[in-house]
Design a protein around this ligand. Structure first.
Ligand SMILES: Cc1cc2nc3c(=O)[nH]c(=O)nc-3n(C[C@H](O)[C@H](O)[C@H](O)COP(=O)(O)OP(=O)(O)OC[C@H]3O[C@@H](n4cnc5c(N)ncnc54)[C@H](O)[C@@H]3O)c2cc1C
Length: 387
């Protein structure tokens, strides 16, 4: 039986999973979703959860629910190797699965700063000396790590009859890092003493957004009392360090630097760009292998790069879906994903405020938060209900 493997339950695969809950599969095909068993966590609402505005189940959907009532089979597992010549993926469990058609939506990984030698699969949580390192991905590990850190500090303070205190550093200059720093400062304002630092070179702060958006975000950081450290996070002799040579002092270091390519793509045989991301055309098909598609953060478009973001991953989903269904039905796959010139981004600011970024335009305030909340909760309701 010919098999389509969906690698990763990322944002771009949601459209296909939804479509297959309503539509029968082209005859004879099987579709297998290969993903770690953790629920889908919607990153757009993660800062809102951290800030205390959402319950966890508002931003998570169990994978079983995403495929409920449809023909897609779930195969839990983590891909560690891809052999495009042999049409096989290899899992951490040692299993090898063959495919006739493959769609990659596995996102990226974070750089490992925890020791002088990089780990093979990206950043891992854990202590380095007195500092706890908490990479933002995988998101469910981040959620558990954050909860454990906060609960641990509060329990320790309670046992010593002293107020809870922490120095938190967030590394990264993108929207996600800024939102997490603002959310951490907001939620821990209940502690009598809290220091939050944002580590990012000035030039990388919201790179790609208009100057007004950067100014608005800097204002929000100032309002929240977040200190900015103009430096890059680098791998030092014994763990994470600052590119400027200043001391890095924090109880918790949240690593939210940009996504890097999954390391196993480099020797998969697929054409990749200089960063190791899978090169695809406007139909999201691999530029080297006609039976491989990729969308979301895992790919690089050969017809002109655009930002890696959840918005583009979601919006590429319908074209990817049309093309995979066409290929299974033996029809030409011609649907194109053409990103709009400007993309709407809404940055959560800790309290119920947000910064809106749309091309050259920006605005900030409580209405922007209401808009963000409406868009995000509607998106999650649709995914949950299969709409
Ligand atoms: C805090 C935060 C807030 C953000 N907010 C926004 C926002 O408001 N708007 C926006 O546009 N973007 C936002 N982003 C960026 C956004 O999260 C990513 O660009 C988006 O998730 C990319 O989607 P994706 O489908 O490519 O991959 P992902 O969403 O990362 O999904 C990848 C999937 O693949 C699975 N997977 C990973 N590795 C493997 C493997 N080896 N084998 C099998 N499965 C695997 C994962 O479990 C996951 O299910 C934010 C990011 C962060 C960190």
């Amino acid at each position: 039986m010919p098999t389509l493997i969906l690698a990763g339950a990322g944002h771009a695969h949601l459209a296909l999973l939804q479509r297959l809950r309503r539509q029968t599969l082209p005859s004879g095909w099987r579709v297998v979703l290969v993903s770690p068993p953790e629920p889908l966590t919607y990153s757009g609402m993660l800062p809102g959860w951290l800030a205390g505005h959402y319950a966890l189940d508002e931003l998570q959907i169990p994978l079983q629910r995403l495929i409920a009532d449809g023909p897609v089979e779930l195969h839990p597992g983590l891909i560690v190797r891809l052999d495009a010549a042999q049409h096989q993926i290899h899992l951490a469990s040692g299993e090898a699965l063959g495919y006739d058609l493959l769609s990659l939506d596995v996102g990226g990984v974070l750089a490992d700063f925890s020791s002088a030698k990089p780990g093979p699969h990206g950043a891992k949580p854990g202590p380095v000396g007195a500092m706890q390192i908490l990479p933002v991905r995988p998101l469910d590990t981040f959620i558990a790590g954050w909860q454990a850190f906060v609960d641990g500090r509060e329990a320790q303070a309670g046992a010593q009859s002293s107020p809870a205190f922490a120095r938190i550093a967030v590394a990264g200059g993108g929207a996600g890092a800024i939102e997490l720093a603002l959310a951490a400062a907001h939620t821990l304002r209940r502690w009598p003493k809290i220091e939050v630092h944002l580590i990012a070179p000035q030039s990388s702060l919201l790179a790609g957004h208009a100057p007004g958006v950067r100014r608005a975000a800097i204002q929000e950081l100032g309002r929240a009392g977040i200190a900015r450290v103009d430096a890059r996070l680098v791998r030092g002799a014994s763990g994470p360090a600052l590119s400027t040579g200043q001391a890095l002092e924090a109880d918790l270091l949240i690593v939210a630097t940009g996504a890097q390519a999954q390391p196993w793509l480099a020797d998969s045989g697929l054409a990749v760009d200089s960063g190791g991301f899978v090169q695809v055309d406007a139909t999201q098909r691999s530029s080297s292998h006609a039976d491989v598609y990729a969308a979301g953060d895992v790919c690089a478009r050969v017809d002109g790069p655009f930002a890696r973001s959840g918005v583009h991953a979601v919006k590429a989903g319908p074209a990817l879906t049309d093309n995979l269904l066409a290929r299974m039905a033996g029809r030409p796959a011609t649907a194109l994903y053409r990103p709009r010139r400007s993309t709407l981004y809404l940055l959560a600011c800790g309290p119920r405020r947000a910064v809106l970024s749309w091309g050259k335009w920006h605005s900030a305030g409580a209405l922007e938060w209401q808009l963000k909340r409406w868009i995000d909760t509607r998106f999650m309701t649709r995914q949950r209900c299969g709409l």
